[in-house]
Design a protein around this ligand. Sequence first.
Ligand code: Z5A
Length: 214
Amino acid sequence: MVHSRGKFITVEGIEGAGKSSNLDFMQRMLEVSGLKVVRTREPGGTLLGEEIRDLLLSHRHSGMSGKSELLLMFAARCEHIDRVIEPALTSGSWVLCDRFTDASYAYQGGGRGIDSERIAVLERWAQGGVRPDLTLLLDLPVAEGLARAGERSEPDRFEIEQQHFFHRVRARYLEIAAASPERVRVVDASLPLPLVQQQIGELVSLFIRASLGD
Ligand code: Z5A
């Protein structure tokens, strides 16, 4: 049986933007539309990727260089694309992913100061033609995101960064959105959850309709 290729949707945002809170909502929307969904995350999504994630988030590696961090993100991503994302898309499933390469541009590029041309080289090499079809950027002021995230347990190696780091991350995300307005849709994530989900609902319905040709 010949399947049409699935679509690849990613969700991005700074710390505490509400990605986890909204991914379930998005998955339900897609499934109610009759779509088969593979839900995954980065860094992670495979056995090796999850082990790399543990290394990346652990305080045992607090002195890790930005370069090592970037290369580990891409090592996890190669595995993720080859074993999970590409096979799912080829079989006609839609892939819903919590973070992807925009996070490398935002955190390792904007946050750690790595030149985006270097990231682009890795992106082309590691990913071939795999790029998201739609990205929702959950955007909110850094102080609000950190206040929300601060209510949770034990901060990881990224979560202990200072506010100015997250300001650079947010600014880079917004630059990416401005440069790719067709793919990256900005959601005002500072609003109460039902209003955030209203925006997401509209964007995702439009995308489903356009993709299925209704
Ligand atoms: N990283 C990277 O550097 N480079 C890369 O290439 C990739 C990743 C792929 C782990 O990612 C780290 O990896 C990440 C960037 C880096 N570090 N940081 N920061 P992660 O996605 O697993 O980690 P995270 O950003 O900390 O995600 P999270 O913990 O899942 O946060 P979230 O999903 O955005 O937020 P949430 O848990 O849904 O919500 C936070 C709280 O706010 C929670 O109590 C909610 O109930 C509350 N909330 C949510 N929405 C609302 C609204 N609308 N109003 C009020 N309260 C709300």
